[in-house]
Design a protein around this ligand. Structure first.
Ligand SMILES: C[S@@+](CC[C@H](N)C(=O)[O-])C[C@H]1O[C@@H](n2cnc3c(N)ncnc32)[C@H](O)[C@@H]1O
Length: 241
């Protein structure tokens, strides 16, 4: 897909966020961390890859970010994000692209990058109530996570920081190794359990469930919960607070 700067919500955009784009507990955890880090946000240029409803950018705008850039691969998401930021008075600072991952911002750097990417270990599938692009991270869960981590260094400013949601069951250590190749470090700043719906559980890659059950996935009869972290990433040697 050729990246496209979207200047106005697409004509067919609906005034309300479609149910499929409604924020999740991942979004809530990410916002919780950003609220506690308002010192990093104030005056910053921020990018969200996979901006969905736009609510994370809206929270960053409320915390005083100076520039808000969103990228999403779904037209509905780009339109919803634009509408939300306009409604909340952040239009001047906002910029949205319809496109894939880093392509729309090639060559650009930001003070802060945030992401709550699809990284549930399952093949692309229809999950009731969500678009197929919302959660699926391929069999390993890392189909988008790895390219994101590999490209991050090229888009972070000198003292830049990233905050991302990260399911523990797709491998925090693996991410550490990928980041270290480009001189970046990470640490977990929030750890919580998220509910895994039956629809997602039945589509989850068997091998991941087999290895992680009892470690980072906890099943109680028909109910399952997975360990999720919000991770902070910065250049090695910069203090990760
Ligand atoms: C889990 S949702 C998070 C959305 C947002 N943080 C929120 O809470 O509303 C992931 C988002 O990533 C988008 N996405 C999936 N693949 C993408 C890609 N290759 N490039 C950009 N965005 C992508 C999806 O369309 C979806 O809006």
């Amino acid at each position: 897909m050729k990246p496209r700067l979207v200047r106005e919500p697409l004509p067919e955009a609906v005034a309300e966020t479609p149910a499929a784009l409604q924020p999740s507990e991942y979004t809530a955890a990410l916002i919780q961390v950003l609220q506690a880090r308002r010192d990093c946000v104030r005056g910053a240029s921020v990018l969200e890859v996979g901006s969905g409803s736009g609510v994370v950018l809206a929270a960053l705008g409320a915390l005083g970010a100076a520039q808000l850039c969103g990228i999403d691969i779904e037209e509905d998401a780009v339109s919803s994000g634009m509408l939300l930021l306009a409604e909340l008075g952040h239009s001047e600072a906002a910029e949205f692209y319809l496109g894939d991952m880093w392509l729309p911002v090639a060559g650009r750097r930001f003070d802060m990058v945030v992401a709550n990417l699809p990284h549930f270990p399952m093949e692309r599938a229809d999950v009731p109530g969500r678009l197929p692009t919302w959660s699926a991270g391929g069999a390993s869960g890392r189909a988008l996570l790895d390219p994101f981590l590999e490209g991050l260094d090229g888009h972070l400013g000198e003292d830049g920081r990233a905050f991302i949601t990260h399911n523990a069951f797709v491998g925090l250590e693996r991410s550490r190794v990928v980041l270290a190749r480009s001189g970046l470090e990470m640490r977990s700043v929030l750890k919580t359990l998220v509910y895994i719906s039956p629809e997602k559980r039945e589509r989850m890659t068997n091998a991941v469930m087999r290895i992680e059950d009892g470690c980072t996935i906890h099943c109680y009869g028909p109910y399952a919960f997975g360990e999720m972290h919000v991770v902070e990433i910065a250049r090695a040697g910069q203090s990760l607070r």
